[in-house]
Design a protein around this ligand. Structure first.
Ligand code: NDP
Ligand code: 2IT
Length: 444
């Protein structure tokens, strides 16, 4: 068997019941086959892939907290410090009831290559808890965050591991986590990103993942001589990534007509009313059904269904495996031109292959959603300088980083004879820098 097949088999055997982790490893290693086969002897001798798929460290801890009625709850917290070859571990924290070690490992593994693609010095990590923030009071959220950080603080630091937000973790949670870190350690340092502006946050971090996604899409379309103007766009999700993807899409002249949450989805043929969406999701923290009630032009549907809407561009921005093969067939039948992932691994392997085989331009998440973590790295730079850059400066750097990522990915794909296959291009370009750094640092 080839080295790639051996390692995939090993990963499945050594990490039972971690389906999402298996999926991420398969997707990456399969598309690296061409590079790995060129160097198979050397990589095998150095056990390069075995070192790549084994996290440097994975932490699992108890998070006890008390609710408003005095009831004690116990959740499980995780931090996977996957690979520090190119810099301190960097990656978000996810609070969602579905969180388990396999999900955190898939996210941490993807993060290694994503962070490498940004061109900045950040290694890969991810963490979170199986805590459900929905329906909790502010005091309960604070109690949970403080308990989580009471354990996590031992393992992180501005130069070792710098967490940020992800699903269920936004500005409010980062604030409570930061306050507890500072209280325990007595350090005012850039240990978390996604902070508010009043205590060391970066302008444009809130917008960064969604804006970055659209900068990537715009560059991908332009390099294929397509104008984003007047294109109908289907977006899934209604959280941080989706909201700012919709905002930038509108600024660029596109027309987003859908969004979704875990209970239902909106089709608004006149275009999403962004002020209303922000009010419902960011301020009132309500369900999307409220949008349907308050906007005459909008249809609200229970369940999932955004991919049934006819569109030119599809942007999955909610969660993993939310776009499967049947959705891909519907989108292609309806004439989709481009798909780009705002979420991490939202498209199944089968659906991704279907898009690529049908000539659809496909931006993989590790490239197209890298704007969030890239801007987190810019927040770290500003914290080190004890200085804050203007919105325009951060936004321009973000745009430049996303355009560079697109061209790096495009060039890597072409160099290996896979023109316009941005999945292969992203994996190769992200991998090469990490391998270089790992080789330079010896067997560690
Ligand atoms: P948020 O928590 O702000 O929003 C998540 C959105 O997706 C919500 O609308 C949520 O609905 C929906 N959603 C989450 N889980 C499910 C599910 N199982 N089924 C259906 N809908 C679901 O998270 P973000 O916007 O920050 O993250 C979205 C995606 O983008 C994730 O994959 C994340 O890993 C990725 N990402 C985030 C970055 C960031 O900077 N925040 C950077 C790069 C990638 P509901 O509220 O009903 O649960
Ligand atoms: O998946 C991701 O890249 C994030 N959730 C952002 C990570 C970060 O450190 O900003």
């Amino acid at each position: 068997m080839s080295y790639v097949d051996d390692v995939i088999e090993l990963v499945v055997k050594q990490n039972p019941a971690e389906d999402e982790f298996h999926q991420a490893v398969k997707e990456v290693l399969e598309s690296l086959r061409v590079v790995i086969e060129e160097n198979e002897e050397e990589f095998r001798r150095n056990a390069l892939l075995e070192r790549l798929v084994n996290p440097e460290r994975q932490l699992k801890f108890r998070v006890p907290w008390v609710d408003d009625n005095g009831q004690v709850h116990v959740n499980t917290g995780y931090r996977v410090q996957f690979n520090s070859a190119i810099g301190p571990y960097k990656g978000g924290l996810r609070f969602h009831p579905s969180v388990n070690i396999g999900i955190i490992k898939f996210l941490g593994f993807e993060q290694i290559f994503k962070n490498s693609l940004t061109g900045l010095s950040i290694g890969g990590g991810k963490g979170g808890a199986d805590f459900d923030p929905k329906g909790k009071s502010d005091r309960e959220i604070m109690a949970f965050c403080q308990s989580f950080m009471t354990e996590l603080n031992k393992y992180i630091g501005a130069d070792t591991d710098v967490p940020a937000g992800d699903i269920g973790v936004g500005g409010r949670e980062i604030g409570y986590l930061y306050g507890q870190y500072k209280r325990i350690k007595g350090l005012s340092e850039g240990v978390l990103t996604g902070k508010a502006l009043s205590y060391g946050g970066s302008l444009a971090r809130v917008e960064a993942t969604g804006y970055g996604l659209l900068y990537f899409v715009d560059e991908m379309l332009r390099s294929n001589e397509i104008d984003i103007k007047d294109k109908t766009i289907a977006v899934s999700g209604a959280g941080n990534v989706a909201i700012y993807a919709i905002e930038k899409a509108q600024q660029l002249g596109g027309k987003p007509v859908t969004c979704s949450d875990s209970t239902g989805w909106i089709y608004d043929p006149e275009g999403i009313d962004l002020d209303l969406l922000k009010e419902i999701k960011e301020v009132r923290r309500e369900r999307l059904s409220e949008y349907g009630k308050q906007r005459d032009s909008a249809e609200y549907h229970e369940g999932s269904g955004v991919w049934s809407v006819k569109c030119d561009i599809a942007l999955p921005c909610a969660t993993q495996n939310e776009l499967g093969i049947d959705d891909a067939k519907t989108l292609v039948k309806n004439g989709v031109i481009a798909v780009a992932e705002g979420a991490n691994m939202p498209t199944t392997i089968e659906a991704t292959e279907y898009f690529i085989n049908n000539g659809i331009l496909f931006g993989p998440g590790k490239a197209s959603n890298a704007g969030g973590v890239a801007t987190s790295a810019l927040e770290m730079s500003q914290n080190s300088q004890r200085f804050q850059w203007s919105f325009e400066e951060v936004d321009l750097r973000l745009k430049t980083i996303m355009e560079n990522i697109f061209h790096e990915v495009d060039n890597a794909a072409s160099a290996y004879g896979f023109d316009k296959n941005y999945v292969i291009g992203a994996n190769i370009a992200g991998f090469e820098k990490v391998v270089d750094a790992m080789n330079a640092q010896g067997i560690v």
